[in-house]
Design a protein around this ligand. Structure first.
Ligand SMILES: O=C(O)CCC(=O)C(=O)O
Length: 293
């Protein structure tokens, strides 16, 4: 799988890159099966308890917006964090040494909310602006089911826009929205399953509600950075942001110059993202939703 010089130049200019067919159809099927297994609690943890085998895939999936850090508990998700085709592109657009600190598995059933405008480095700060999303489409992502939208070039200045609560709970989940920019040049990124969309951590992006009648919009999005940068994320009390460095990371390419620090063992748990649709379904049937009492 090659990533040309023109692809790298496009990424640096626009802040994103669409790579069709980076993941083949059998691998997409494997990820979809694993998504259902996670939702069924086949990797039991506090947030995802085992559900009866009599429940259909649709019944187990339709209450989930997003599972955070699925690679902590699923070996399949961990394998795809390190997929050689995505690693090859990442080592061209980030640099030869790449590590991953986050995975998110969006299920986004029909009627579920999207994410308001944001820049990922607001949440996951790197020291060299190298944060990069690798967004693997597991269904065709369309305008109707809530594809990604990006504001090309918005990463370039390295400016982090202020955030505020939004007042569109039908359209977006509970995360804040970035504001203070002209959004008129935004473009939808409609892609086929198996495509990987790479995007810079300063790129403004969002996704809208899934308005389709029956199509899920499943995506595995992993976040990567230059392994030479410290990761001052989730800074702990008493810790200096200058030296903070979370070590719950997975090496994906090249060398880890901080390997001497060792690695944190991931918790045997994931967390579930909330939105209006999740709260409505939980209030109808919290036990079946697999949530803690
Ligand atoms: O896929 C989506 O709906 C949003 C993904 C996103 O915002 C992100 O990965 O930062």
């Amino acid at each position: 799988m090659s990533c040309s010089d023109a692809d790298v130049a496009f990424y640096h200019e626009k802040g994103y890159l669409v790579c069709p067919d980076l993941i083949d159809s059998e691998e997409v099927e494997q990820l979809l099966r694993d998504t259902a297994n996670l939702a069924r609690g086949k990797y039991p943890c506090e947030s995802l308890r085992p559900l009866p085998d009599t429940m259909s895939d649709d019944e187990v999936l339709r209450r989930i917006l997003c599972i955070h850090q699925p690679h902590f508990i699923s070996p399949t998700m961990l394998e795809f964090v390190k997929h050689p085709h995505t690693a090859q592109v990442l080592s061209r657009i980030i640099g030869p040494s790449v590590k991953c600190m986050q995975s998110m598995l969006f299920v986004k059933p029909p009627g579920f909310q999207g994410q308001a405008w944001h820049q990922d480095e607001i949440y996951i700060p790197t020291r060299d602006r190298s944060l990069t999303g690798g967004w693997i489409a597991l269904d065709d992502a369309t305008l109707e089911n809530g594809c990604l939208w990006v504001l090309p070039g918005s990463h370039k200045e390295g400016y982090l826009y202020p955030q505020r609560p939004h007042d569109l709970p039908e359209e977006f989940d509970f995360a804040m929205e970035s504001h203070g920019f002209d959004e008129s040049e935004e473009v939808p990124v409609e892609v086929k399953a198996g495509t990987v969309v790479f995007f810079n951590g300063y790129l403004l992006h969002r996704s809208r509600k899934n308005r389709s009648a029956s199509c899920y919009r499943r995506v595995l999005v992993n976040h990567y950075m230059n392994a030479y940068s410290l990761l001052p994320w989730q800074v702990r009390e008493g810790e200096s942001p200058a030296t903070a460095d979370r070590r719950n990371v997975v090496m994906v390419a090249g060398e880890d110059p901080y390997a001497w620090k060792g690695y944190e063992t991931p918790p045997n748990n994931v967390s579930l993202r909330k939105c209006k649709a999740v709260e409505e379904s939980d209030s109808q049937s919290p036990r079946e939703a697999g949530e803690a009492d």
